[in-house]
Design a protein around this ligand. Sequence first.
Ligand SMILES: [Zn+2]
Length: 216
Amino acid sequence: MKLAKTQPGTGTRLGRRAVPQPDRQSALVVVDLQNDFFPGGALGVQGANEMIPLVNEYIRLFHTRGFPVMATRDWHPPGHCSFTEQGGPWPVHCVQGSRGAQLHSDLVMPPGTLVISKGTDPKKDAYSGFEGTSLKDRFEDLGVKTLFVLGLATDYCVKHTVLDACKKGFRVVVIEDAIRGVEAQAGDSEKALQDMQASGAIKATAEDLGIDPSGL
Ligand SMILES: [Zn+2]
């Protein structure tokens, strides 16, 4: 991995809070990087493909240091309440066992990555990785206090996962160059980021964590 020339995490840029660096009490949370959320999928998010090389760098950064990497996935039973035919807001997506529900094949997930399934109750939707899952217990078991969050989509599952994490007392870093939004309304992603920051989340980019994204 190429390292940026500047010292990471000095947090000296005006108007930015100091960015925490990954440590033994940190985990990377990869949110819903499943085929259906990439272009060509049932709910494809524009620009999602472009961030994969950078996502892999973040994963590598955590994995090589021995820090946990966790992935959440939307994992719906057929006939889930969020689907339009059931009166929900979304087309059929991320059905358990389908190709659309698989993590994108270009992702390099370390062996042993813990995958947390959400939205498994036919009658309940779950945008947050904490909703109806064991995610909080997993972090507590591992002694994790700081979450670095990236993935899809900024204005839905990333946002709700981050807001829940803040509410549950975790320190949360949103990796803003490795998230993309649905933008059902223009500006939704920016508003989501503001909501996350208002809840205490800190924004970071590759440079803040010592990754040089220029050659990716
Ligand atoms: Zn869903």
